[in-house]
Design a protein around this ligand. Sequence first.
Ligand code: GRF
Length: 211
Amino acid sequence: KRLVILISGSGSNLQAFIEKQQQGSLGGTIVSVISNNPEAYGLTRAREAGIKAVSLDHKTHASRESFDKELAEEIKKDQPDLIILAGFMRILTPEFVQTFRGKLLNIHPSLLPKYPGLHTHKKALENNDEFHGTSVHFVTEELDGGPLIAQSQMRLIVGSESNEENELNEQQVMQRIQKLEHRLYPEVASWYLNNRLTMEKDGVYFDHKKL
Ligand code: GRF
């Protein structure tokens, strides 16, 4: 099975995929990594792992539609079975999403449907949420709104009273959530690659006999 991974930044999730592939438990091969940001460190990670690294700068396009068209063409060259959005910070057009319907996965750092969009750690802390986490979902036209597949969560509030020594700051929460992501996301992708899960009519179908 063939994977294409889309990134915009550091690519720590990409790294987790590379490691799972190297361990032989991903169920597929990462054929290319594409970044809309030419400076993304994830491109270096890809090259170091011997994976084709492509930079497609969205700033060279006048519209979202024209960027997405070029992106779709680049992806089609690689004939992927699965496309992984790993910190890809671009909103995709409905045309793009329809082209690859049922083959697109995203990870979002909140317990969806809570906190779609940006600044999720800040929001969870400000709201004194007891739990916070990360979600893997199929991508639909709705931002961070496609059917949920799996989540990892952690406790933010320890005990009943807020205690400064125990309080996490935004940076620490982000680091802990990313650790959860690095375990969860490649695992969910391996379910997909092993035909254990599909998207049907905007819902998720699990083959529990295989899980
Ligand atoms: C992840 O936390 C992901 O949930 C969010 O962006 C971050 C990407 O980090 N959308 P990295 O580029 O994989 O290190």
